[in-house]
Every structure is written in C-alpha cells, then in structure tokens.
Design a binder for this molecule. Sequence first.
Ligand SMILES: [Zn+2]
Ligand SMILES: [Zn+2]
Length: 398
Amino acid sequence: MDLTQEKVENFVCENCGGTLKWNIAKKQLECGSCHTPYTLQQESVIQEHPFEEYHQREQRTEAFPDETVVKCNSCGAEVVFDRDDTAKVCPMCGATQILPQKQVQGVPPDGVLPFEIDKQAAQQKFKKWVRSRWFAPNKLKTVYQEGKLNGVYIPFWTFDTQANGEYHGRGGKEHVREDKDGNRRVEVRWIPVSGHVGKFFDDIQISASMGQVNEVVDKVLPYSTQTKLHGYSPMYLSGFSAERYAIPATQAAETMKEKVRRELKRMAEEDIRSRGFDRADVQHLKLDLEDTTYKQVLLPAWFSSYAYGKKQYMYIINGETGEVGGQRPYSIPKIAAAVVAALALVGLIVWGSSEKTEAAVFATPTTEVVYQQEQPANTILMKEGNANGLVWTRKGHN
Ligand SMILES: [Zn+2]
Ligand SMILES: [Zn+2]
C-alpha cells in the first residue's frame, strides 16, 4: 500500500487501524497487527546540503517536530522515546534521572538506515562478544541474560568534500655505510620537495553524540550510509527510540577536517616516496576544501548498560553489521595473574637464549635522526645498535 505524506503522520494501518512499524526481517514497513506492507510515496533522493547554509537551516527547523524530547542527566543524551515505550529510564545508559524538555531549534534528519539486526540476533552477538572477553569481571558474563537491549537511532553527520592539499617537505635517501671497525650506519640525505595532492571524500561519518555514547559508537563503525539510506520518515522510528544530535554540524566539521588532513598528509608522504625517496617528511600542508556538503542521518544501534562498582558501563551493537563495542571494566585479579604469567614466560625466553637476543638487536637497529643545520645536503647523525651496544657515528659531506 502506498502512503502519502499526510497519512504517514498518523502511523495507522488503513486496513485494521494497527500501528505501522519497520519489519527488520522483511526490511519493509508494515502494519504491526495485520502485516499489510506499506511503501512510502514521498521517499525521495536523499539531499546533501551546502555546508555554508547550515546556520540558516538550523535556526529554521526542529530536529524532531511534534515529539517530546527527554534529556538524560547521566549520559547527556537527548532522546525521543518510542511512542509505546512506558519505561522511564534512559535507553542508552540506563539512568533514571531523565527529564522531558522543550525542543530547541535544530536540523531535521535527512536519511535513516533502518535496523537490519533484530533484538534476538543482537543478543547473540553480544553474548559471543562477552564470552570472548576473558579479562572482564564474571558479572559481565551474566548481564546479557537480562535481556535489556534497547534499539536507538543515533545521529550522525556525513560530509562530502573535494579536498586539495599543497605540501612542502623533504624526501630522504638512505645510504648504509660500514667503517673499518664494522660499525654499520644509515645516512639520510634530505632534499626539499613540494607538490599537490587531492581527493574527493564521499560520506565521511562523524558521530553527533557526546561523551559516553560517542565513545562506544566509535568502536562499531562504519555504517553503509552510501548504499543503504532511506529518505527520513518518522515512520522508521516506530518501535525504537532516537537520539537528537548533541554536536552541531559546525563542530563535527572540525573533526571531519582533521580526518581529511591526516589522509592528505598520508597521501603526500606516499607522493614523496613515489619519487624514489626512502623517507618522507611533510612539514607543511595547506588544506583547501571545496563543495563541502552535509546531511544528518539516523543509524541503528542496540544499547545495553550495567553498573559495576560505582560506574555505569555502556555497550553497543551496530544495528546494521552486528559489530559489538563497549566500555570495559577490567578484572584486576585476572589481569594481575596474566601479567605475572607473562613476565615469567619472558624471563624464561631471555634466560634460555641470550645469544639470540643480542643478534636480534643487530638485525633491527633502533635509529634516531639528528639534523645538522647545514646546506645544501644535511649531514645526519645516526644512533644505531649493533652487537657492541649503541654507538654514535658521524659523517661529513661526500
Ligand atoms: Zn493492519
Ligand atoms: Zn543516559
């Protein structure tokens, strides 16, 4: 059955009056009672917005129109509850100090990636994950049996951008020399280099959650935002909670820029090495982002939490991939026992093969570069290990 925009607002099945919900197994919207399938007529191409216009949009619209937002005083998340949910705890951290509050202005979601992993499957993934964590306290191993997983749509910003970088740095060529005493040394001759690197980035995913939530979400990335997004409709949220974004796109864009900068720096180093240098050193990178667009997407996650000692720990299962991540309390006695065992083992190995250890030092010398401010080619002092221990060697110009 096709649904127009007006009918969507009611969430009601035309056939029997039941509530419409997203069926995870069938990947479709349907009536929760008579299972009549529905498709959204207004489902359109998901729009990317020019980043420069972000402020205007933020002041104009509400993130979740007509829904009551509840703020958790413990983890800081602002959550829109599932309409049928009568529980009065935070679905993410389990805290009871939650307060309804008036919505501030904000940008509405553009897209949603509906749940693909249902609660039961998520439970199984979590169970497996917990069992593989030998260092966790035993109490954690029973927590999955309590069945307190909550489905929450978490907010993300995605950015597209054409990044261009102009870099200045130097490339180094290595020469291995051996003196009359058999001391080997690596000399590096540096030459100034510069160049351009560029790349188009599609859907850089930056979490719009804060603190605890942000920390665990980071462990279960990525999501398939390029291929699996649907145009946003509140219909998808039926049966789940949703978090309102805590970090505005302007702030997320700064994190995005850092990611882009790291990637372009890596590309610049590769560019230097591709010119026949053994070493690359990018000293300055001028970054320029063009045609930057953004959108807000809601991504599926199952949350669970439990108290251990005085702290509340949070766990997450990616609702698309089933990837599990979480904050981990460590069992101190278990770790202490493992450290003692490891030390004993290391002691045995070193004691049993001291000759081999010495040879290994020679094979993989630790090097440290010291620059001498001379032109045109810098002379390098290398610190290098050999069978006699660490020695300093000096070399003049050729
Ligand atoms: Zn129905
Ligand atoms: Zn909370």
